[in-house]
Each structure stands twice: as structure tokens, then as C-alpha cells.
Design a binder for this molecule. Structure first.
Ligand code: NDP
Length: 452
């Protein structure tokens, strides 16, 4: 008989926490979970899911214009934000309920309140209650970060986007990462005038250099007023708008300013340091390969560990934690060759190394096809897709794959299976093309464009 209230207490009801709680409970463990906001966490409530629904909505604007060029006739195509927002929130309510039901079924006890760590085995709830647990799992995710400057309180973050009262006609998006680039093309596709300011020389730092340049041109081509090397100096209210002063001397008015300048691990005020849990520079829980913190009974998964901050990775980490702690099968989550997509219009899907990373490591051949696909050239749209493979000269293995095209997120998932299996360039070449598609180019690239 355990002397603890719970075998496992999970703090945070997002992707990693919910999965770990459910799977642990299915082993027969007594599991509690506390969530201070809505069940489902960032991904479901204010991230991937509502974002992707906005991506879909934004595509119809472009599709309507393309359809005209294909011969369709429409009148009065206009996006109505309140209609979409109502449907969006109904969907989020439905998903939250699915999460609650899935947790309740194996018997997870849900506490809809904030929880903090008191010591290695004790969790304090904001209700005043204290519970004890043999293991505590920190799965509190991340929070948007906004730098401090004059007028910064006027900025919104991705947390606020989905419940905006009115649709902004003019929006400034600050940042050059996943979130900034995605919302730039989302708002642009929905009909807003979008400016995007990024402090560095090129957006999407860390991704393949050639692709970054290609995508920046496409984002501009779609109508986003993208500036690099530009920061906000200060902001002030101007009636119902915000006056923004740029570091290059420009002054512009916007209805909203969205800061997408990164996310930090959500550990503030959680009591972790006082309980002896080592935190890193950004406040992340420092864990070993098995997700164990410096306090042996306390583990952490997902964005709060600041490793690969993606939902499917958090889920894998949650599963590995349960295997390790509740199934007696020590399991390290696999962080190698994790594919991902930036849901801009068009999308950018990638897996493996960039050209820059690969050439640091070994001698490589680079294969690249850049062209205007049939659907776009027919309607005279200057939108070129890009398929790129980075191949080891020694083993012929494909080390990296980068795709910029409509549907690249879907394509990269399938390419990632082959690459994870260790496919060589010759395996790609042996595969017959599916014609006519854009993706067939991935098996048709004959000569390297360069070798390093
Ligand atoms: P990122 O880390 O991707 O990008 C942050 C951006 O903000 C960078 O361009 C960075 O510039 C800039 N920045 C940081 N600090 C400042 C500052 N003080 N002033 C001006 N600019 C600044 O973070 P995001 O917020 O876009 O996304 C967080 C994470 O969430 C991603 O890394 C990703 O893991 C995940 N995510 C995944 C998605 C997907 O899979 N499709 C979608 C959305 C998020 P610099 O490059 O110069 O540092």
C-alpha cells in the first residue's frame, strides 16, 4: 500500500502531461493532474490547433483569387472574423471535452486549479489543499516572451490572437521564427495589411539558408511587408491604434502589434528551485535522458524542458516517462530526425540537417529542384516551389530534406519515414514518380547542384 495520495501527480494538462497521465493511469497507477487554465494546453487551446484552423481559413482567400484565374466567378468574397471565431471556439470546447473524457476514463483525478511544488513529494494546490505523490511530473509548457521596452504592454501575443474582438485591418508582427512567419501569412491571407519586422538578417534562423531566402521572397510575393534588420524602438497609443517607432526612424500606425519573439519555459513561481530542482538559464527544468530532474521523484516533459519544443515530441517524452517509471522499461525519447513544418503559405517542411549543418559534418552533395508548379504557372502566379535533398558523399544517405510548397507539411511526414529508415539517394531514385505531382521531383533530381 502506497503511503502517498497518488502514484503520479502531473502539473500541466497540455500534450505531454495529458498523455503521460492517461497512459500511467492505464497501467493501474493512481494519477492526479492539475491544470490552471484549459485542458489541452498550448497546442489545443492557443497553439497548433486553432492556428491550423486559421491557416485553412486563410487559404480560401488565396484560393478564391486563384479560382477566378481558373475561370470561376464570385461576388463579394469577404472574410467574416466573428463567424469564424465562433466556430473556432466551439471546436476548442469540443476538443477540451475530449481531453477531459480521455483522462477521466482510466480514472485520472482532474484538479482545475494551479499547482506548485512544495517538496520532492508534495504538491500544493491553489485551493489550499496539499497532495502527496510518489512521482511528480512537471509538464507546464512555455509562455510567450515579450521584451521590455516603452509601450510593450500594447503588444499582444499568440495567446491573444484567437479571441480578438475585431479583425485588425493593419497588423505588425514582430519576430522571424515559426510563430511570426505563420501569422504573417495567415493574417495576409485573411485580408489584413501585414507588416513583419525581424531584427536579424534573414527570417527563420536555424533553418536551411537557401530555403530561408526562398521563403522570404514568397512571403513578400504574397503581399506581406517583410523587413529584416528592423526592430521596434517604442510604441504608444494613437486613438484606437498603436503608433510604432522603428529603429530606422519610420513611424507607422497599426490596429494590433503581435509579438512572436519566442517562448520561455513556464516555471516561474512553481516552487521548483526551493524544492531542489535545478533550472537552466531560461528557467527550464534540467533533465537527464529519461526526463528525470535533479530531484529523483520529479520528472519533466515537453516545452518546460526547452529541448525540442514541439507537441509530438512532448507526447513521445510523456510516453517514454511512463515506460521508464511505470512499466519498468527505461526508455529515452528519440530526438533524432524530428520532422516539422512551418505553416506559412506556402508551407516549409523539413527533416534532418540543413546544408550548413551537414557540410560542417562531412562531404555532401546537394540536390535541388526549384520550379513553378503546373497549378501556379497556369494562372501566371510567380510562386516557385523548392525541393532539396542533402546527401552524404560517403554513405549516400539522405541527411536532410527541405520542401517549400503547398502541402509541404504533409509531404515531409512521408519523406521523414524513408529518411528515418536510412534511405540513400539511390533509394529515392529507384522509386517511380507519381505523375503529375509536384512531389515527384523528389525522386527525379539527377545531378547535384553543388558539392562541398
Ligand atoms: P522562435 O524561437 O522560433 O522565434 C523567436 C523569434 O523572435 C526569432 O526570430 C528571434 O530572433 C526573435 N526574438 C527573440 N527575442 C527577441 C527580441 N528581444 N527582440 C526582437 N526579436 C526577438 O519562437 P516562436 O515564438 O516563433 O515559437 C516558439 C516555438 O514554438 C518554436 O521554436 C517551435 O518549436 C514551436 N512552434 C512550432 C510550430 C510548428 O511546428 N509549426 C508553430 C509555432 C511554434 P533571432 O532569430 O534573432 O533570435
Amino acid at each position: 500500500m502506497s503511503t502517498f495520495d497518488y502514484d503520479l501527480f502531473v502539473i500541466g494538462g497540455g500534450s505531454g502531461g495529458v498523455r503521460a497521465a492517461r497512459v500511467a493511469a492505464e497501467t493501474g497507477a493512481k494519477v492526479g493532474l492539475a491544470e490552471e487554465s484549459r485542458m489541452g494546453g498550448t497546442c489545443v487551446i492557443r497553439g497548433c490547433v486553432p492556428k491550423k484552423l486559421m491557416v485553412f481559413a486563410s487559404h480560401y482567400g488565396v484560393a478564391a483569387e486563384d479560382a477566378r484565374r481558373f475561370g470561376w466567378e464570385f461576388r463579394d468574397a469577404r472574410f467574416d472574423w466573428p463567424t469564424f471565431r465562433g466556430k473556432l471556439h466551439a471546436e476548442l470546447d469540443r476538443l477540451e471535452n475530449v481531453y477531459r473524457t480521455n483522462l477521466a476514463r482510466p480514472g485520472v483525478v482532474i484538479h482545475d486549479t494551479r499547482a506548485t511544488v512544495k517538496d520532492a513529494h508534495t504538491v500544493a494546490l491553489a485551493t489550499g489543499e496539499e497532495v502527496t505523490a510518489k512521482h511528480v511530473l512537471i509538464a507546464t509548457g512555455g509562455v510567450p516572451y515579450v521584451p521590455h521596452f516603452e509601450g510593450c504592454e500594447l503588444a499582444i501575443t499568440s495567446n491573444d490572437v484567437f479571441s480578438l474582438e475585431t479583425f485588425p485591418e493593419r497588423i505588425l508582427i514582430v519576430g522571424g521564427g515559426y510563430i511570426a512567419c505563420e501569422f504573417a501569412t495567415i493574417f495576409n491571407g485573411l485580408g489584413a495589411h501585414v507588416a513583419q519586422w525581424y531584427r536579424g538578417a534573414q527570417i527563420l534562423r536555424g533553418f536551411d539558408d537557401e530555403v530561408r531566402g526562398h521563403l522570404a521572397e514568397l512571403i513578400r510575393g504574397h503581399g506581406v511587408d517583410l523587413h529584416v534588420g528592423l526592430e521596434v524602438e517604442r510604441m504608444e497609443r494613437a486613438g484606437g491604434q498603436i503608433r510604432v517607432y522603428g529603429t530606422d526612424g519610420r513611424v507607422e500606425l497599426f490596429d494590433q502589434v503581435l509579438y512572436a519573439t519566442g517562448r520561455h519555459p513556464n516555471t516561474e513561481g512553481l516552487g521548483l528551485e526551493a524544492a531542489g530542482v535545478k533550472l537552466g538559464r531560461w528557467g527550464e527544468v534540467v533533465v537527464d535522458d529519461y526526463g528525470q530532474s535533479s530531484v529523483p521523484s520529479i520528472y519533466a516533459v515537453g516545452d518546460v524542458t526547452n529541448r525540442i519544443t514541439l507537441t509530438p515530441v512532448a507526447i513521445r517524452e510523456g510516453m517514454a516517462f511512463v515506460e521508464t517509471v511505470f512499466k519498468g522499461n527505461p526508455t529515452k525519447p528519440d530526438h533524432e530526425l524530428v520532422p516539422s513544418a512551418v505553416f506559412t503559405t506556402p508551407e516549409y517542411g523539413s527533416v534532418g540537417l540543413t546544408e550548413e549543418q551537414a557540410r560542417e559534418q562531412e562531404r555532401i552533395d546537394v540536390y535541388c529542384a526549384e520550379f513553378r508548379p503546373m497549378q501556379k504557372s497556369f494562372i501566371d502566379r510567380e510562386e516557385r516551389v523548392l525541393f532539396k535533398l542533402i546527401v552524404s558523399q560517403a554513405t549516400r544517405k539522405v541527411l536532410g530534406c527541405h520542401i517549400v510548397a503547398d502541402g509541404a507539411g504533409e509531404m515531409i511526414q512521408l519523406a521523414a519515414v524513408a529518411i528515418k529508415m536510412g534511405a540513400t539517394k539511390e533509394d529515392f531514385d529507384r522509386t517511380v514518380a507519381v505523375h503529375p505531382t509536384m512531389a515527384e521531383e523528389i525522386v527525379l533530381m539527377k545531378e547535384p547542384v553543388r558539392s562541398h
